[in-house]
Design a protein around this ligand. Structure first.
Ligand code: PLP
Length: 265
């Protein structure tokens, strides 16, 4: 499963994200993904959600002082090779996380611009999108929006082939070094993920599975961070991470009464 030698400490990755009490998405998905990749996972919890396979019933942002102290605790002690950010909740948290990342300068930063859950709950205040664009996205080595998130970041819908072709350029113009525009919210039997970097466009085509996965976005971004922490180049990290999520969803299961599938890591 992992090619990290047993006798050496594994690479270290940090997730800064929200807790999913249902164990399918968020911090819980991130740590499972890090573990499955043979990476030591650290976490700074930015928000606590009360949620299960049927949806989110409450969201509690963690106070800034305690997010800061979690970040200080982990950065002061561990050689953090890669950071993944997920659900951040509000503008103050976005700015705090950006400030810490600018100060600590980890080698790799993966930003998953989480905004709304598949079940329809807001996971980022609407007025925090500006802070995300201004403060956090310029720090991203890989930015991983789904289609609605890309539309929110760009401020216009993505419908035509031409708009898709330009989206990568426009998102990179916000300061992200590379952008993975996820195709999960598109239509058709083939799902197309589009990765844009300084070399241009790399498309990854795969079959759309007839099930609603919970935590696929969190898992994908964490798998990219884990691969980067282990030394993969970004394009390779993205290809492997997409394959990892595909496999985990194909082997997925319904852990609760709702229709959402959990990933098998
Ligand atoms: N809960 C938390 C804490 C998350 O970070 C996310 C996603 O990023 C979700 C829920 C939503 O997961 P999904 O849309 O895959 O159901």
């Amino acid at each position: 499963k992992s090619n990290v030698p047993r006798n050496l400490p594994p690479p270290v990755a940090l997730t800064i994200a929200g807790s999913d009490s249902g164990g399918g998405a968020g911090i819980q998905a991130d740590l499972k993904t890090f573990h499955a990749h043979g990476v030591h996972g650290l976490s700074a919890i930015a928000a606590i959600t009360s949620q299960n396979t049927r949806g989110v019933t409450a969201v509690h942002p963690v106070p800034l002082t305690h997010i800061r102290s979690q970040l200080e605790a982990v950065f002061d002690d561990f050689p953090v090779a890669a950071v993944k950010t997920g659900m951040l909740g509000n503008a103050g948290i976005v700015r705090l996380v950006a400030r810490e990342l600018r100060k600590r300068k980890p080698a790799w930063v993966v930003i998953d611009p989480v905004m709304i859950s598949t079940s329809g709950s807001r996971l980022l205040d609407e007025d925090a999108i500006e802070a995300l664009i201004k403060n956090l996205i310029p720090l991203a080595d890989v930015l991983t929006p789904n289609l609605p998130e890309a539309e929110a970041l760009l401020g216009h819908p993505l419908r035509t082939a031409k708009q898709f072709a330009q989206a990568g350029h426009a998102l990179r113009a916000l300061g992200a070094r590379a952008v993975l525009l996820k195709g999960g919210h598109g239509r058709g039997n083939t799902l197309i993920d589009r990765y844009f970097d300084e070399r241009g466009l790399m498309e990854i085509h795969h079959a759309r599975l007839p099930r609603e996965g919970h935590g696929t976005g969190c898992t994908l971004a964490s798998a990219i961070a884990a691969e980067l922490a282990k030394g993969a180049a970004p394009r390779q990290a993205v290809r492997r991470a997409v394959a990892y999520v595909q496999r985990a969803l194909k082997n997925g299961y319904r852990p609760g009464a709702g229709t959402a599938f959990a990933l098998r890591h």
